[in-house]
Design a protein around this ligand. Sequence first.
Ligand SMILES: Nc1ncnc2c1ncn2[C@@H]1O[C@H](COP(=O)(O)OP(=O)(O)OP(=O)(O)O)[C@@H](O)[C@H]1O
Ligand SMILES: [Mg+2]
Length: 324
Amino acid sequence: MSVVVSTQDLSKTYRAGFWKTKTISALDRLNLEVRENEILGYLGPNGAGKSTTLKLLMSLIYPSSGKAEILGQPASDVSMRRHIGYLPENPYFYEYLSAEEFLSYCASLFDFSIAEIRTKVEYFLKLTDIAYARKLQLRKFSKGMLQRVGVAQALIHDPKIVFLDEPMSGLDPIGRREVRDLILLLKKEGKTVFFSTHILNDVEVLCDRVAVLNRGKLIGSGRLTDLISQEASHIEIVISNTNLETIRQAVGPDVKISQSGMTLRLELKANVPLTPLVTYIERASGKVLAINPIRQTMEDYFFKLINRDAMLEGEPSVASTNNP
Ligand SMILES: Nc1ncnc2c1ncn2[C@@H]1O[C@H](COP(=O)(O)OP(=O)(O)OP(=O)(O)O)[C@@H](O)[C@H]1O
Ligand SMILES: [Mg+2]
């Protein structure tokens, strides 16, 4: 698969403060590659530099150093614009146009016939579920409805690569599911999708490749299947009808046991033989309620990276909600 987006030491510093004497490193020597037909999830905490990267790729701002290429051309080359679609983080719309007029206008910027424009507008109004509001002026749209218009305008000219800056932002659970399905549809159609998000679960479900940014620096990247284990690292056993001391005697001091009401939850290494333990529990009149494999999730991977970075900077770590 050929590389369709690449950056080499791409950097952006901003001057800040009243006298513009302070410098902010929004992006620091980013080296990233996205291959054709991949879905890349671009992650990072607030202020990490995700939107800055996307704006640099769109040539809306210029790098302080380094370079970016899309489809083998410099990102600033206007000839390849035809092949890329972009949903900005805070899309600006012509407020007094209706959704239909706005999408027709977007499509008319490309060399489509009037009939083609009509078909495309119709298709994308339906695909993004805003056909019912086609005549409504955009200033009367809700946040989620506007986000749907933003997604539609990014796709209307059938681009080969789609850049989406937090496409799920402002959407209700139905909208989120629809955008997820849409991203998978784009992949099926052979397109490449580069999207930033804070929703780690979406990354796990959608992405082929993941890149994590923190304070402008890439702190982790790779294929999803290499980053989060597909196999269980631990086994969880949930039991009832027994007490902690009885179980502790069987498993020894190293096994993590937590108690919640009448149930105990044991966390064992994946390679521990289970049959003798289950037999022991049942002989002691315990009841095994569940045996679940636990694998490393995107959330575990994300927090591990962020905490390692915080440690390198001598800062306190950030808690994860999910810690096998
Ligand atoms: N025009 C600007 N002038 C000065 N600093 C800026 C400017 N634009 C962005 N920054 C700074 O660059 C850094 C990266 O911002 P960016 O918007 O790229 O983050 P982000 O990862 O998209 O965050 P979020 O998840 O909140 O959208 C931040 O520290 C931000 O304050
Ligand atoms: Mg952003």
